[in-house]
Design a binder for this molecule. Structure first.
Ligand SMILES: [Zn+2]
Length: 322
């Protein structure tokens, strides 16, 4: 070990960084991690595979996501706020509430959610993100961020997504907790099922023995057995972030919606020329179902993701899971 003392701390630091980088970011490191997991008898399916480093991206229908529990979806119909937003506010408030929100809704005998809903009913004006952001951080901070964004040439600076990086770190965190939480929930509470509501789920979300690989994996979506050529509808309005084909998902479309929610449609037969950047409206036909990719029969593999993590879409079908 005497050789070690001939180096300074900076040298040692550089060596440590290099070793960590090789271990976590290169094929050699991936092989090492896989080997260690294998020797220790651990499940090697979650360690990065050597091949993964040579693919441009992981396949869409990846089987390794973790589910997130969302609140119950009891819908409380009222006037003012549209139904999904009203319900989302009730279920999706961050804890603790940002200071500006608490100051805004004040104290009372009813819940902060009720008081916030009453405030939003008055200040909604058809702009849910804007109203939620103002409730979280106040109008002044919001306006300043919009001005800064617009001075930098940001397009559509009024939108929270476009000016959020011009907020201070704390303000962005407070605003995001309310805007992303409520918008995300409202999107899933207002989901349109991609096929007819009465199509049964042939394979639910969750752990199961994979039909092709014969190993225990997380099924990261639901399987909806529909004949090849069945029109598939966008579950929500949003933007196409990817459309293409790979060996696992077959032909697929991924849509990005508000609040960090995305949906993916796999094993399709036709994509209707959809490509990244296209806007789609809720219910719009985005293509036709099929049996492409790693699939054992005609079906739609439908994935719902919150901030990139797969969650079970079944509770958000009108009428609940079947
Ligand atoms: Zn599936």
């Amino acid at each position: 070990m005497r050789w070690l003392f001939r180096f300074g701390f900076v040298d040692l630091f550089v060596v440590v960084v290099a070793v960590v980088a090789v271990w976590s970011r290169t094929p050699v490191g991936a092989l090492g991690q896989w080997g260690v997991a294998w020797v220790r008898g651990h499940d090697t399916s979650t360690t990065p595979s050597l091949l993964a480093f040579f693919r441009s991206e992981a396949p869409v229908a990846e089987w390794a996501d973790q589910p997130i529990a969302l609140p119950d979806t009891a819908i409380d119909v009222g006037d003012g706020l549209p139904e999904p937003y009203r319900s989302a506010v009730r279920h999706g408030l961050p804890d603790p509430l940002p200071a500006a929100t608490l100051a805004l809704v004040g104290e009372g005998t009813d819940t902060p959610a009720d008081r916030l809903i009453a405030w939003l009913d008055e200040h909604w004006e058809g702009d849910p993100e804007g109203a939620l952001e103002r409730a979280a951080i106040g109008d002044e901070l919001r306006q300043r961020a919009i001005e800064r964004a617009s001075a930098t040439g940001v397009e559509d600076p009024e939108r929270f997504a476009n000016h959020r990086r011009f907020l201070s770190q704390q303000a962005e965190r407070d605003a995001a907790a309310l805007v992303d939480g409520v918008m995300g929930l409202s999107v899933v509470l207002d989901l349109r099922w991609p096929v007819d509501d009465d199509v049964r789920i042939s394979s639910p979300f969750g752990y199961r023995i994979h039909p092709v690989l014969k190993t225990k994996k997380l099924h990261n979506g639901v399987d909806l057995p529909v004949p090849i050529g069945t029109p598939l509808h966008a579950a929500q309005s949003g933007e196409v972030i990817k459309a293409g084909e790979d060996s696992v998902s077959g032909k697929f479309v991924i849509l990005q919606h508000a609040g960090g929610i995305s949906t993916a449609y796999c094993h399709m037969s036709e994509l209707f020329g959809k490509s990244a950047g296209d806007r789609v409206s809720k219910g719009e036909t985005i293509g036709k179902s099929g049996n492409t990719g790693r699939s054992t029969g005609p079906h739609l593999h439908f994935i719902l993701r919150l901030d990139g993590e797969a969650i079970d879409p079944a509770p958000y079908r009108r009428g609940g899971p079947r």
